[in-house]
Design a protein around this ligand. Structure first.
Ligand SMILES: [Zn+2]
Ligand SMILES: [Zn+2]
Length: 297
């Protein structure tokens, strides 16, 4: 199944001088992690593996015309808990800006669904409760702070305090999330400032992240200190303004740091790690997973 799609792999990030990719992974024998990623809009993604599902920054209503809004069918299905999004374990919002979160959209989903948990920074939760007072006291609405962790079924979420880009007004509270599901560890940073100092102090590289979903400006340059500080095996670029999509895409193709630019709403990918756990690797080999690949599905 996967072999059929190898030709459509966009970019792989090589992690060592030799032996990257599937061949090296099979040499070690295990483990393999796999998560299906669906691009919703802007930084919105749906992640699924073995029945566990997470949506990050996926419930918004296109209030900022410069940024991609959800396709109408996807928006309806997410808000009304209909196929293909009838089952979601956790919805996360990195911050309350309207290209990442919409209180009424989240409120609609919470009313339509008795299972899903919504977690976000306290400030975002305040916005939600101000607009949807019926959710006050709902135990499935959770305010998170940097350092907090949450387990819902097979999904683990760890919140990381990552300040928002500088803005003319007071900065909103922005959290990054390290989400573990399907054997993969995936970071979503929201609109975090690409500060090397911040990322280095959060010690994310020690987590050996499989993938990081970042705004496209993080990966603009071929070699970026902030990517080194994040230390993920691959990067998924998002938050591409609609008008720039065609300019951004060709530029990114030349970058060895980018696995895929999220630009086509509804596109689905299989995010796959083939590599060895750190304790299984031969001495002297790189400590990061062997490869992290996106296959178009
Ligand atoms: Zn923002
Ligand atoms: Zn944004």
């Amino acid at each position: 199944m996967l072999a059929r799609h190898v030709t459509s792999v966009t970019v792989l990030l090589s992690l060592s001088g030799g032996g990257t990719g599937a061949a090296a992974g099979h040499q070690y024998g295990r483990p393999q992690g796999q998560v299906a990623l669906t691009y919703l809009a802007n930084m919105g993604v749906h992640l699924a593996s073995q029945g566990a599902t997470v949506v990050i920054d996926g419930l918004h209503r296109g209030a900022l015309p410069d940024y991609a809004s959800l396709l109408p069918d996807a928006s309806r299905a997410l808000e009304a808990a209909m196929r293909p999004y009838e089952r979601i374990d956790v919805m996360l919002a990195t911050h309350r800006h309207l290209d990442h979160f919409d209180a009424m959209a989240v409120g609609a989903r919470m009313r339509a669904d008795t299972h899903v948990v919504f977690a976000a920074p306290a400030e975002t939760i305040d916005s939600l409760l101000a607009n949807v007072p019926a959710l006050r006291g709902n135990t499935r609405v959770i305010a998170m702070r940097g350092g907090d962790s949450l387990q819902v079924g097979a999904v683990r979420v760890h919140a990381v305090d990552l300040p928002h880009n500088a803005t003319p007004t007071r900065r909103v509270e922005n959290l990054g999330y390290v989400v573990t599901l399907g054997g993969l560890r995936i970071l979503h940073v929201g609109d975090a400032d690409p500060s090397v100092t911040t990322y280095a102090s959060r010690r994310l590289a020690a987590l050996q992240l499989d993938a990081a979903i970042v705004p496209f400006w993080y990966v603009w340059r071929r070699r970026s200190p902030v990517l080194d500080a994040i230390g993920a095996s691959c990067y998924i670029a998002s938050h591409v303004p609609l008008r720039d999509t065609m300019e951004v895409l060709p530029a990114q193709r030349g970058s060895d740091a980018v696995v895929k630019v999220l630009a086509s709403r509804g596109a689905r990918f299989s995010l796959t790690r083939v590599g060895a756990e750190p304790e299984d690797r031969p001495p002297g080999t790189r400590s990061l997973p062997t490869s992290c690949q996106l296959f178009r599905r």
